[in-house]
Write a protein that binds this ligand. Structure first.
Ligand code: BDR
Ligand code: CA
Length: 309
């Protein structure tokens, strides 16, 4: 089967980095471009971190375009508590050899999507949705070429992780999320409802540590750092596999359960600012993931890394 062409918009971020590694490790995904946004750490760092992961995975040929340095309307928020000052705590920091690709992420999204046939493109968003929202405002017709958008965003049953109601990516730019969800693009949403059921528990890490090669070691180092930070702020809990769920979903949708719905975002200031509201409807266009098989999830990641060791 031909590998699936893919664009990833991200804010690495420990779990974004793990997600990028999964995307690079799978021969079934053809990662054509990475766009970066301010989120977990400022844009300069998310852009460097994405290029570091490309280099460590031997894929410095993949262009990394830097995007929006701030959200649309609200004041910027970051998440160093959960990702470290560098954004990718747990691995050595270096200046990547490949520079940033020329061209703003928003222009690049517009150029790539407007040149593509209808419904032909798959896009992952694993950070605040500022870049795609800005692209949709500038060129609404690009929505037509996106056949599948896969986002890590929001929470319903489980509430939020940054406020009692809001999940970080939506809270960090609720206006952008509202624009993206309103664009009526077929979207699969991996929210806290599902990512909190797939965590990098100690036995999973021990098993990953047995996979030979530098990539498995690097992923285990990242996940271990994520666990240390999560445990510090969240009562000893291990880190959820938020962003990796997007890439794993594309590779193995059968290990997830989803329900059709329409998602809206609370943008009114107040306690619920940044909350996602999920209205069940057969017509979609969104699909909300409700469950995942955690054994199959980690099994898939290990098998990808084993095949490259
Ligand atoms: C999301 O927020 C970020 O901190 C993570 O990278 C993930 O995308 C989880 O709420
Ligand atoms: Ca992220």
């Amino acid at each position: 089967m031909k590998p699936l062409p893919l664009i990833i918009d991200c804010d690495p971020g420990i779990d974004d980095a793990v997600m990028l590694m999964i995307a690079f490790a799978s021969p079934r995904l053809d990662l054509r471009a990475i766009t970066t946004v301010a989120g977990n750490v400022p844009l300069r760092l998310t852009s460097r971190n994405a290029r570091m992961i490309c280099e460590r995975m031997g894929r410095s040929d993949v262009p990394v375009h830097a995007g929006c340095p701030r959200p649309i309307l609200r004041k910027p928020v970051t998440a160093e508590d959960f990702h470290g000052e560098s954004g990718i705590e747990g691995i050595g920091i270096f200046e990547p050899k490949a520079p940033l690709a020329p061209g703003h992420a928003v222009s690049e999204l517009i150029a790539r999507l407007s040149a593509a046939p209808p419904l032909s493109q798959t896009v992952i968003l694993s950070g605040p949705m500022t870049n795609l929202a800005a692209a949709l405002v500038m060129a609404p017709e690009i929505a037509r070429s996106i056949g599948h958008l896969v986002v890590m965003a929001g929470g319903d049953r489980i509430g939020g992780n940054i406020t009692p109601y809001a999940e970080f990516n939506v809270f960090a730019d609720p206006h952008a999320a509202a624009i993206v969800f309103d664009a009526s693009i077929r979207t699969t949403v991996l929210s806290l409802d599902v990512t909190h059921t797939v965590r990098a528990e100690a036995p999973r890490l021990a098993s990953l540590r047995k996979v030979p090669g530098p990539e498995a070691r690097m992923m285990a180092d990242l996940l271990e750092a994520g666990n240390r930070l999560e445990a510090r702020w969240k009562n000893g809990q291990m880190a959820p596999m938020h962003d990796p769920s997007t890439a794993v979903y594309l590779l193995a949708p059968e290990i997830f359960e989803t329900r059709p719905c329409r998602v809206s975002v609370v943008t009114r200031p107040g306690a619920q600012f940044g909350r996602t509201k999920v209205m069940d409807t057969e017509r979609g266009p969104h699909h909300w993931a409700t469950a995942a098989d955690a054994d199959a999830f980690f099994g898939l990641i290990e098998s990808l890394l084993k095949a490259r060791a």
